[in-house]
Ligand binder design. Structure first.
Ligand SMILES: [Zn+2]
Length: 291
């Protein structure tokens, strides 16, 4: 029950007009803080890693830790590989036991994006109960190894979105709607909520088939989050904020306890800060009590 793929929990979220946070982790310390927050709030949870930390820690190691924690947790937890541009690494993580894979071929041509995405969908569905997320259009900012400047950003075309989902058999769709990775440079980012709602209506108007993801959650104003929930956003990716929280918490602890050499206490400070930040996101996304 506790080890789930992403689609299972996102369909319920889309129906209930709440969203599940996909919280990025780079180490075990963060993972513990994220899980503690979700357990305390009785919220379903998506743990996500980008490709770099996944390779650094090792997909097998990450999956072993995930399975150990998730199998005894009282909430459903998914392990998601975010923005992987490498078809072979997507397959490796599916084999290792990730329960959701995002193949990001959004920088390729439309047809090549379809070809690569379909290859991963077919592979993951054959390997096991693994759902697949794909992206159309490009989200600006920096995500792991992928850099997209703001003027390069192309928003997802609704008609193409339907064709993309139909031809790939995709489980979860990430439309580019103007949200950005990293930190927003303006207080009023141009987020195309209407486009999100249109795509949601076209894909999910007759029952939820392909739930939608909002990338670039860090720094999104709360009123936008509410509008995007209403428009069909059933998962929000939060990465940059948690990296900042981790580093700031460790820096502050070490600065205040410069003579102390107890690594466990530094980790506890970081874990507590992560738990608090994730708890706040769960409140904003409305997933408390939905596990
Ligand atoms: Zn993203």
């Amino acid at each position: 029950m506790s080890i789930v793929n992403e689609k299972e929990i996102m369909v319920d979220a889309a129906k209930g007009k709440y969203a599940i946070g996909a919280f990025n982790i780079t180490n075990v310390n963060q993972l513990e803080g994220v899980v503690e927050a979700a357990v305390a709030k009785k919220s379903p949870l998506i743990i996500q890693t980008s490709v770099k930390p996944s390779k650094f820690l090792g997909a097998d190691v990450l999956v072993a830790i995930y399975k150990t924690i998730a199998s005894s947790a009282p909430i459903p937890i998914c392990l998601h590989l975010d923005h992987c541009t490498d078809v072979e690494y997507c397959k490796k993580c599916a084999d290792a036991g990730y329960t959701n894979i995002m193949i990001d071929a959004s920088k390729q041509s439309f047809d090549e994006n379809i070809r690569q995405t379909k290859e991963i969908v077919d592979y993951c569905h054959k390997v096991g109960n693994i759902s697949v997320e794909g992206e159309l259009g490009t989200v600006s900012g920096v995500e792991d190894q992928i850099k997209v400047s703001e003027d390069e950003t192309q928003l997802a075309n609704p008609t193409q979105a339907v064709e993309f989902v139909e031809r790939t058999g995709l489980d979860i769709f990430a439309p580019a709607i103007g949200s950005a990775h990293g930190v927003y440079k303006t207080k009023n980012p141009k987020i195309d909520v209407e486009r999100m709602a249109t795509i949601n209506q076209m894909l999910n108007g007759n029952g939820i088939k392909t739930p939608l993801v909002v990338h670039g959650g860090t720094g999104l104003p709360e009123d936008y989050i509410k509008k995007l929930l209403e428009a069909g956003g059933a998962k929000f990716n939060v990465s940059t904020e948690l990296k900042r929280v981790l580093i700031d918490a460790k820096y502050e602890y070490i600065t205040a306890h410069r003579e102390e050499y107890d690594p466990g206490k530094v980790d506890v400070a970081a874990r507590d800060a992560i738990r608090k930040a994730v708890g706040h996101w769960i409140d904003m996304l409305g997933s408390e009590g939905k596990a």
